[in-house]
Design a protein around this ligand. Structure first.
Ligand code: CAA
Length: 255
């Protein structure tokens, strides 16, 4: 894994999956590194968006099959295999997946666990676990179904077929599709835009959207209203609205 804070994208931390010999297969070590790095970035007040990316060839070709093959049920249960990824999903800072090439199995699940999914025109998604005699294990059966509906989720999970980016875009899996050559630059631009807004308020916006997956409409709207009222306790609400009135750019202090 590589960690970067590019000067061209202030407030953005970039985590690059880097196991080229295994198409970025997500073994235990890589999972720990990524989750720890993202958690540290999340706690850094200077960071307002986190990008997770891979290589041109693969975002990640899944969990590491060679590491999983000899595992037993008691081991997987006691170690809570893949449970650490839940820590990533609970971070406050917006997470953006920049996906080129294979995003399969755990790779597709990691991308879906992010808040925005920017896809290169080379991206291929899928949950091929069924071909290995297993099922998705990092939330694929749930997040894919919520993202693209039962009909397509069942098709992908039961047949294990890959889905190219056009179909993924039509199905609503991805936020934007960009030419492969521009993937990182475009994603950094989007990430820097988000990181330039009030960090507490972007975190609240993320929490409000995510609440839609966990609750009824009436409860979700009640939650949104409470959070909306709470933003009036921030200096950034005063600044954002003053800047609009005064026809200038806001200077958010993330407070
Ligand atoms: N785990 C471990 N190693 C992997 C891997 C994985 N998921 N995916 C690829 N690799 C390794 C290959 O074994 C190969 O290593 P060697 O050179 O040592 O043989 C190397 O990466 C390059 O892969 P290929 O030679 O297979 O490359 P390709 O271009 O011919 O094929 C591919 C690419 C279609 C992605 C193919 O590698 C593939 O099918 N990979 C497995 C995809 C998969 O089944 N993912 C789901 C894993 S299970 C899971 O993720 C469970 C879960 O939900 C958490």
């Amino acid at each position: 894994m590589l960690l970067d804070r590019p000067e061209s994208a202030p407030g953005v931390g970039v985590i690059t999956l880097h196991r080229p010999e295994a198409l970025n297969a997500l073994n235990r070590e890589l999972m720990t590194e990524v989750v720890d790095a993202a958690t540290a970035l999340d706690r850094d007040p200077g960071i307002g968006a986190i990008v997770i990316t891979g290589s041109d060839r693969a975002f990640a070709a899944g969990a590491d099959i060679k590491q999983m093959q000899p595992q037993t049920y008691p081991q997987t249960y006691v170690d809570d295999l893949f449970g650490d990824w839940d820590r990533l999903a609970s971070l406050r800072t917006p997470l953006i997946a920049a996906v080129a090439g294979h995003a399969l199995g755990g790779g597709c699940e990691l991308a879906m666990l992010c808040d925005l999914l920017i896809a290169a025109d080379t991206a291929v998604f899928g949950q091929p676990e069924i071909k290995l005699g297993v099922i998705p294990g990092i939330g694929g059966s749930q997040r894919l179904t919520r993202a693209i509906g039962k009909a397509k989720a069942m098709d992908l999970i039961l047949t294990g077929r890959p889905m190219k980016v056009d179909e993924a875009d039509r199905a609503g899996l991805v936020s934007r599709v960009v030419p492969a050559a521009d993937l990182l630059e475009e994603t950094l631009r989007i990430a820097a835009t988000i990181a330039g807004y009030s960090h507490p308020v972007t975190a609240m916006a993320k929490e409000a959207v995510n609440r839609a997956f966990e609750t009824t409409l009436a409860e979700g709207i009640r939650f949104e209203r409470r959070v909306f009222h709470a933003v009036f306790a921030t200096a950034d609400q005063k600044e954002g609205m003053a800047a609009f009135t005064e026809k200038r750019r806001p200077d958010f202090t993330h407070s």
